[in-house]
Design a protein around this ligand. Structure first.
Ligand code: ADP
Ligand code: MG
Length: 725
């Protein structure tokens, strides 16, 4: 039966037809070559080898790889694929792929579908087209991709083309990581090892493995594609560089709780169907605070899979939007004056039995374990708040962080009243002598119920404990979550190791492990508690207080990024072999260059919009106004009062002059920056001088927007884009 999405009576409605509607469970994961498919398609002994290789992280022998490659190819051909691609995450951009047809020439005029183990396991894309941050000289531009068996290969359809995508890591000829996946995988191993070590110390011998878990809540805007294509700033940079906020923004708070509009619902249905086919657990959808803003929250997964899936989510959101004649904006702050988009990165750790290590338990022993992981995370954030801040830094995210809608650049930890009280009791010595049963009496065991409700309310905190996980809220909506997760894993691993040493030192013969742990926590809390803050992070008072407490407040990305190349970060990542000094420095350089490029693109867009759209429109309006005044005067004589038109005309001319002059200053600033060869200094100069000028320029344009005849204004306005769909 053909179902048709009902048409809404506006010219912008868009009809989507669907052939069939099936329960999600019928098609979930059908476009992935996951372990269930492998089990059916691959002989038993080979299948076991693969499972072992996935778990142990070992390399497949070539015979096994050949068998898997053959099965994968047959499966992909059944799905209509003609090509395969090693899919990877370069240091900038969403994802990259180079497609190769599944064919081998077998003779003159004949080919045959073939895919070897070698082609599956390793690829060689032209690495010179991807940024390396100075790692590779161009003469050794070779880069390799290696199959990541822990993330299933999947089918991607694009128009009539169908490709088998193989998740891979990307590295240079000399072995340096050129992507975002490699350091993440390394950090996963590191945190897993440190967690396992401390679990054993606490007497938890059953656990065989630990893995980090991630659940990224993805925010996004949807606007009609017609409007999108009329705005060069949105097309080129993802953000409206000019435009006045609409008369109605989010003040009425009717968007969040309102029902999802029909056209949007259809889009979400279609987009999620794609995601479900790709095995992405796209669980929750809802409207967000701002008009035309929405959120998708998946069920959390193992970190590597969650990162790949978030990349797929961002890709799919954008490609399905095109089909629906919508544009999906992932930018952190597309519309000034309207809430921006972030990505709440929920993070925790699970053991191999599926037990969440940040879940307060029912027994005193579980609670001691919980406290250790809780304190380790708090300590990690205290010690490395600056690195965490840097991991969320980008030109776009600077428009959002600290703008009293998203967390400030000061990274503090929110625990909620109950946990705060428990820690205070431990610190004050109330529970040092506690017997096991007294720990229960403190109420730790009832935490999940109580704190889950009470914690989630503080939306202003950048790093909040929400009952059984931490939520890092500073991450930008367009960013990859890979680096923030890599940082979290690494800094927590370091603190787990630190605590393990302290607990070992504290353990005498006659004290129980619980008492040792409490003694260590008591001592550590004194140092790390300045990072704990339950209050309103948006206030000026907190900013002052944070300075007093010695917490870093790196407000802009150029300042924030610098910490990546300071000794503390270089040593940490090198020590844990997550990123060598060369690798970390290259990432710093790429981020700082990206900052510069993003700013320059906006400046050029602004220039273009001012000179070729705004000023011509203003001039036309001005001409009309001048003609009207002159014509009326001629018809009615000098005695008529022209005050209003004259004032308007004067202001329009003034604004045009101001726009022209400010634009010139912006361009001069860009030119001046081009002469600065130190990228850090260049970024700082652009940030402090040029960005400020761009903001000033915008104010003139936005004022003009309110004066010039609506019919003449050359750009879709915010109210149109945000309220018409
Ligand atoms: P909210 O933050 O809106 O209260 P939830 O508590 O349902 O919503 O969780 C939000 C996100 O956190 C979801 O994507 C969810 O999968 C994720 N999440 C829940 N538990 C964990 C966990 N143990 N590790 C990582 N992410 C988690
Ligand atoms: Mg949340």
């Amino acid at each position: 039966m053909k179902k048709t999405c009902p048409i809404i009576a506006t010219e912008r409605s868009y009809v989507v037809e669907k052939e069939k509607f099936e329960p999600i469970s019928k098609y979930y994961g059908e476009d992935t070559f996951n372990i269930n498919v492998m089990k059916i398609k691959i002989p038993g002994d080979t299948y076991s080898k693969i499972i072992d290789a996935i778990h142990e992280g070992t390399i497949l022998d070539i015979e096994t790889a050949n068998i898997v490659a053959h099965a994968m190819k047959e499966w992909a051909l059944e799905k209509g694929a003609t090509h395969f691609a090693h899919w990877f995450q370069p240091m900038t951009g969403i994802t990259a792929e180079k497609h190769d047809a599944f064919v081998d020439v077998t003779g003159v005029g004949s080919v045959m579908e073939r895919f070897s183990g070698k082609q599956l396991v390793q690829g060689e894309p032209d690495a010179s087209s991807f940024p390396s941050g100075g790692i590779r000289a161009t003469f050794e531009a070779r880069g390799y991709t290696a199959w990541d068996m822990s993330s299933p290969a999947f089918i991607r359809r694009n128009g009539i083309s169908t490709t088998l995508c193989i998740p891979t890591a990307f590295f240079s000829y000399t072995g340096e990581a050129l992507d975002k996946k490699t350091p993440l995988l390394r950090s996963n191993r590191v945190v897993s090892k440190s967690a396992l070590n401390i679990l054993k110390l606490l007497g938890n011998e059953d656990v065989k493995g630990v893995y980090a878990t991630l659940g990224p809540e993805q925010e996004y805007f949807l606007i009609d594609a017609d409007y999108f294509y009329k705005r060069p700033d949105l097309v080129l940079g993802g953000r409206a560089v000019v435009g006045a906020p609409p008369a109605k923004g989010q003040e009425l708070e009717d968007q969040y709780f309102g029902s999802i509009r029909e056209r949007i619902s259809s889009y979400m249905h279609d987009m999620e169907e794609e995601l479900f086919k790709l095995g992405v657990p796209a669980k929750t959808r809802h409207n967000e605070v701002a008009p035309s803003q929405f959120e998708l929250a998946p069920v959390f997964e193992e970190a590597n899979l969650a990162v790949d899936h978030n990349q797929i989510v961002m890709d799919t959101m954008q490609s399905v939007a095109k089909k629906h004649k919508l544009a999906c904006l992932l930018h952190e702050k597309p519309f000034a004056g309207i809430n921006g988009s972030g990505k709440h990165l929920n993070w925790s750790m699970s053991d191999n039995k599926g037990d969440n290590l940040l879940n307060p338990g029912k027994t005193p022993h579980d609670n001691i374990q919980f406290l250790v992981f809780l304190i380790a995370t708090i300590r990690a954030v205290y010690k490395h708040a600056d690195i965490l801040r840097a991991s969320a830094g980008s030109y776009a995210n600077d428009h959002r962080l600290g703008a009293n809608e998203a967390p400030p650049a000061i990274i503090s930890v929110f625990l909620g009243d109950q946990l705060t009280k428990i820690l205070a009791d431990i610190e004050s010595g109330k529970v040092t002598e506690a017997t096991d049963s007294e720990i229960i009496n403190l109420g730790i065991s009832s935490l999940p119920v109580v704190s889950k409700d009470s914690t989630d309310r503080n939306r202003t905190s950048p790093f909040a404990f929400t009952g059984n996980k931490f939520e890092f809220r500073a991450v930008g909506s367009a960013q990859s979550i890979s680096f923030p997760a890599t940082v979290l894993n690494t800094i927590v691993a370091e603190s787990l190791d630190y605590l393990a040493e302290k607990i070992k030192d504290a353990c005498g013969k006659n004290t129980s492990i619980n008492q040792c742990v409490l003694a260590v926590i008591k001592k550590e809390l004194k140092e790390i508690k300045p990072v704990l803050f339950n209050g309103d992070n948006y206030t000026a008072a907190w900013e002052k207080e944070a300075v007093r407490r010695g917490l870093p407040n790196n407000k802009t990305t150029p300042v924030a990024l610098k910490v990546l190349v300071a000794k503390k970060a270089l040593d940490l990542f090198e020590k844990y072999r997550v990123l060598s000094n060369v690798e970390l420095k290259s990432r710093y350089l790429i981020h700082i260059e990206k900052y510069i490029k993003d700013l320059e693109i906006e400046a050029k867009c602004l220039n273009n919009i001012c000179l070729s759209k705004v000023i011509p429109a203003a001039t036309t309006y001005q001409k009309g106004l001048a003609k009207a005044i002159a014509g009326t005067r001629e018809a009615l004589g000098k005695s008529v009062d022209f005050t209003a038109q004259q004032e308007l005309l004067k202001r329009v001319v003034e604004l045009v002059n101001k726009i022209y002059a400010a634009n010139k200053d912006v361009l001069a600033g860009i030119e001046k920056a081009a002469a600065i060869h130190d990228e850090q200094k260049k970024a700082e100069m652009l940030c402090s001088k040029v960005k400020t000028k761009m903001n000033e320029l915008r104010e003139y344009v936005d004022e003009l927007e309110g004066l010039v005849d609506d019919e003449l204004w050359p750009l879709p306005k915010f109210w149109e884009m945000l309220f018409i769909s």
